[in-house]
Design a protein around this ligand. Structure first.
Ligand code: AN7
Length: 358
């Protein structure tokens, strides 16, 4: 019997490709190494002959892809002597910042939009001991305030404008390539601040430029219709969407993401809240994969582009599912609540409920 080496997280695994030293104290929680799940039922339901894989980033320690960047950002902040970190967040960044700060023994401050953050994410930030500052404004206003306050107080910003975040997040592309033996033809990804699409392209390009693979994917970035500055071609001030994670009108990695689109010959497009929720439900019902609404934007994107022939049959597609479905139980229950039946607590009623649904 041989035992597998214990997986200790992405910094250990990709140490040579990340800006760490031999004696760097790693602040990690075993992040990365998430499953790449081939969809068995959805392509058939769409009547399309394609291989669609979902990279289930919801299985990271705090339930989103943010852990990849946060392990790097907090490791470096601690190495540089920081006693506190700060971020603005639509929820997942604050959950990750709170957890990694707790792990490091430093203080996290998180600015969140008042009332527009999914319940699971708020619970995480509070449980991990972050100081949660709700602002009467949206993410973009919070981001502006974080940049201003970091000039006046000893706090390290861990939003994706911190370059270590993208370094950590690029490892998702490494994992995909290693598993497929090549890069996919198309990579579909939800876009908010556009840090993740930028980081993926960095990862794919690193392997490509070093001759580890000889292809790179076409990068497809999808936004929610009500929060779609990349589709409108300009920043917007009042973003609105059910997918609160990507309720962002002033993306921080604006120029970088346009460059990704150009270099990968990709495109940006938007999907309605209805399409996003339909894709989320479809993944849960047909594949057993539960992601949060923002994450399903990638699949909603791929579905319409397949239907319209923009993505040809025969393609290998990877859709990033950025966050776990349990992050936002309210939306999930609202979507599915009508599926529940309430019956009397007797055998006849329970039996009837089963037989009429078989
Ligand atoms: C589930 O947590 O910006 O395009 O403050 O939580 O890299 O911003 C979250 C972003 C997609 C968009 N899916 O990624 C935050 C935050 C989920 C997310 C995105 C986010 P970027």
């Amino acid at each position: 019997m041989t035992f597998r080496t214990r997986y200790t997280g992405l910094i250990d695994r990709y140490r040579d490709r990340l800006p760490v030293h031999d004696d760097t104290r790693i602040i990690g929680l075993g992040e990365g190494n998430t499953p790449l799940i081939r969809l068995n039922n959805i392509p058939g339901a769409l009547g399309k002959d394609v291989d669609i894989y979902v990279k289930y980033e919801g299985l990271n320690p705090t339930g989103s892809f943010k852990d990849r960047g946060m392990t790097m950002a907090v490791t470096k902040a601690v190495e540089e002597g920081a006693k506190a970190i700060i971020c603005a967040s639509t929820g997942n960044t604050s959950a990750a910042a709170a957890a990694y700060a707790a792990r490091a023994g430093i203080q996290a401050f998180v600015l969140i939009p008042d009332g527009k953050i999914a319940m699971g994410k708020l619970a995480q930030a509070m449980m991990h001991g972050a100081i949660v500052i709700q602002i009467k404004g949206n993410f973009d206003e919070g981001m502006r305030l974080v940049k201003e306050v970091a000039e006046e107080a000893p706090v390290t910003i861990v939003n994706s404008i911190n370059p270590y975040r993208l370094q950590g997040q690029k490892t998702a592309a490494f994992e995909i390539v290693e598993e497929l033996g090549r890069a996919p033809d198309y990579h579909c990804i939800p876009v908010g601040n556009a840090g993740n699409i930028t980081a993926h392209w960095m990862g794919y390009s690193e392997y490509f430029e070093q001759g580890i693979v000889n292809n790179r994917p076409v990068m497809l970035g999808y936004q929610a219709e009500g929060a779609s500055p990349f589709i409108k071609g300009e920043m917007e001030d009042n973003p609105e969407t059910v997918a609160t994670a990507i309720r962002i009108g002033h993306p921080q990695s604006w120029d970088k993401a346009w460059k990704v689109r150009e270099e990968s010959k990709g495109w940006f497009d938007s999907r309605s809240d209805e399409q996003i929720l339909r894709a989320q439900k479809m993944l849960a019902e047909k594949e057993g994969v539960f992601c949060e609404p923002a994450s399903a934007t990638s699949l909603a994107g791929a579905i319409q582009d397949l239907e319209e022939g923009k993505i040809p049959e025969g393609s290998t597609i990877v859709c990033t599912l950025t966050g776990h479905g349990l992050k936002d139980p309210d939306i999930a229950i609202q979507q599915s609540g009508s599926d529940m039946v309430t019956v009397d607590a007797d055998l006849g009623s329970v039996k009837e409920a089963i037989l009429k649904n078989l």
